[in-house]
Design a binder for this molecule. Structure first.
Ligand code: NAD
Length: 280
């Protein structure tokens, strides 16, 4: 079965409308996301535009904060600090990547934990590792929602996550672990990747390597989640050889239309959660 990320994301986004309306009734304003975009990277510009559109449709107000590529570190930190203090801002998203001269770690450290809707802060990652409530990175959170939507059991299942980045692989592994899966994390130095992948009931690929996961690496009846976004000959594809793997997998996400739409939907959910928590 092909997992329809667009449909699940649309349902989640539609459900948010009543939450944002209730928030407005209680507070006189809508949940608010501030997006800081530095420089004029065209891809980042498109991502931000998509986020604004999705926010507007869900009843979330956006604050569009633009800084020139030449902005200083101090000025950037001051801008984020100002948003941190702004009572009417519930979530802060600093669009990555930053221009090379800026220190990403120092700038992100200015985002307070309760407004960290990307779930990138050390506190939020620590909360996830401890199995406590906090904001969780949108993409892995979206994967968990897809598993839930299709009633795919995680308890006691073998999950293999290929990729160990701080924004996808690691939080993905922690979420699956918290959901009682037996988790293996593979990466570029893993020996016998095929052998590890073949054990997976749930296989998550998050590497950015087109066609890394081939049919001979997938167990019959496994669930295959493809987080990768790659462009091959101008065409969008994931990390999984979809055509051949779909013949073996019980469930599989396509690219596009799988995990991607969930990332934006979960950002909106995180903004609503942050707004409601702050209001409480
Ligand atoms: P990253 O480059 O930070 O990390 C890639 C990981 O893959 C690393 O941990 C590396 O060890 C591992 N890896 C690389 N080559 C490998 C190999 N041959 N065998 C095994 N492991 C290997 O990337 P990221 O930020 O984690 O993103 C991963 C992919 O997911 C990218 O394609 C990115 O565009 C995509 N992505 C998609 C969404 C979405 O919304 N769908 C969101 C974030 C990232």
């Amino acid at each position: 079965m092909i997992i329809d990320g667009r449909a699940v994301a649309a349902r989640i986004r539609a459900e948010l409308l009543s939450r944002t309306a209730r928030f407005f009734e209680n507070t006189g304003r809508y949940p608010t996301l501030a997006v800081v975009l530095i420089g004029d990277d065209p891809a980042s510009g498109i991502y931000v535009r998509n986020k604004f559109k999705a926010c507007a449709e869900a009843g979330i107000t956006c604050k569009d904060v633009r800084l020139p590529a030449s902005v200083s570190e101090e000025e950037t930190e001051n801008t984020v600090r100002g948003l941190a203090k702004d009572e009417e801002v519930d979530g802060i998203l600093v669009q990555l990547p930053l221009p090379a001269h800026l220190n990403q770690e120092r700038i992100l450290a200015e985002v307070p934990t309760e407004k960290d809707v990307d779930g990138f802060s050390a506190q939020n990652i620590g909360a996830l590792a401890l199995g406590k409530q906090g904001q969780v990175a949108c993409t892995p959170l979206g994967v968990m929602e897809l598993l839930k939507a299709y009633h795919i059991e995680t308890r006691g299942k073998r999950a293999v996550v290929v990729g160990r980045s701080n924004i996808v692989g690691k939080p993905m592994a922690l979420l699956l672990l918290n959901a009682d899966a037996t988790v293996t994390v593979c990466h570029s130095r893993t020996q016998n990747l095929k052998e590890e992948c073949l054990k997976a009931d749930i296989l998550v690929a998050a590497t950015g390597r087109a066609n890394l996961i081939t049919a001979d690496m997938v167990k019959e009846g496994a669930t295959v989640i493809d987080v990768g976004i790659n462009r091959v000959d101008g065409k969008l594809c994931g990390d999984v050889d979809f055509e051949n793997v779909q013949k073996k997998a019980a469930y599989i996400t396509p690219v596009p239309g799988g995990v991607g739409p969930m990332t934006v939907a979960m950002l909106l959910v995180n903004v609503c959660n942050a707004a409601e928590m702050r209001h409480k």
